[in-house]
Design a protein around this ligand. Structure first.
Ligand code: UTP
Length: 224
């Protein structure tokens, strides 16, 4: 299978240590033995700190995105190091660069952000479209899709399987701004819907869930 994995930066940077990063790298290496994989790495806490400081400096959204993208790429570079020989080490910064690298290499491809105005889920969905991926996995810090925000509503219910229209309806009131894309980037979900690429949202705080998503026996939510 051709798989895009959107690895939330918060997973790598909440416990920012070599041991933590290696746990995720090992799962991705396992997946890559039978699949062709692109991993898109998010910005996490570090990017959000930069965005907050940029905000205090009265930067506009473009400037905030610009600096945050650099952090996603730094996270991508350290993640590629953990993958070692299994991954291409040069972090490409454009869709053309990333897809060329993907087409020319059998190794795992790692990247971060590409351009302002989106999250790394947006990058992932665009790449999924370009390589005609069979599956996109969003590894995040929540165990799936809920009918409403579980942080706000105690009676929020997790949905194991849902359609893209249901998912878009849930996401429609979410904020879409630098560092605040929440569960998923709305534009990304629209691309996946249009291209009929299934999406699995899993609790990436347990790295094994990413592997289970590929095998089909994960504990997250499937959207298609
Ligand atoms: P993330 O995709 O990581 O955003 O990119 P996030 O929603 O904060 O998610 P986590 O914490 O990683 O799970 C960090 C920020 O980088 C900018 C956006 O500001 C985004 O919020 N960015 C990222 C871009 O502007 N363009 C990109 O292509 C990627």
């Amino acid at each position: 299978m051709k798989i895009i994995i959107s690895l939330g930066g918060s997973l790598l940077t909440s416990d920012f240590s070599a041991a933590n990063i290696q746990k995720y790298a090992d799962e991705i290496i396992n997946i890559s033995k039978k699949n062709k994989v692109i991993v898109v790495i998010g910005g996490g806490k570090i990017a959000r700190q930069y965005i907050d400081i940029a905000d205090e400096l009265n930067c506009n959204d473009y400037q905030k995105d610009y600096v945050a993208i650099k952090l996603t790429r730094a996270n991508a570079a350290i993640f590629a190091s953990a993958l070692g020989n299994y991954a291409e080490q040069e972090i490409k910064t454009t869709y053309l660069g990333i897809t060329n690298q993907y087409n020319m290499s059998e190794k795992i491809i790692v990247c971060g952000g590409t351009a302002p105005g989106q999250s790394t889920d947006g990058v992932s969905a665009n790449l999924a479209k370009k390589i005609k991926a069979d599956l996109m996995i969003n590894a995040t810090n929540i165990d799936g899709v809920y009918d409403k925000n579980p942080a706000e509503f105690k009676n929020a219910k997790k949905i194991d399987k849902l359609s893209y229209d249901q998912f878009l309806d849930i996401l429609k009131n979410n904020e879409q701004a630098p560092g605040k894309y929440g569960l998923c980037d709305y534009k990304a979900v629209k691309i996946l819907k249009e291209k009929k690429i299934p999406l699995i949202v899993v609790d990436g705080t347990n790295p094994k869930e990413i592997y289970l998503a590929v095998k089909g026996n994960h504990h997250g939510s499937t959207i298609n």
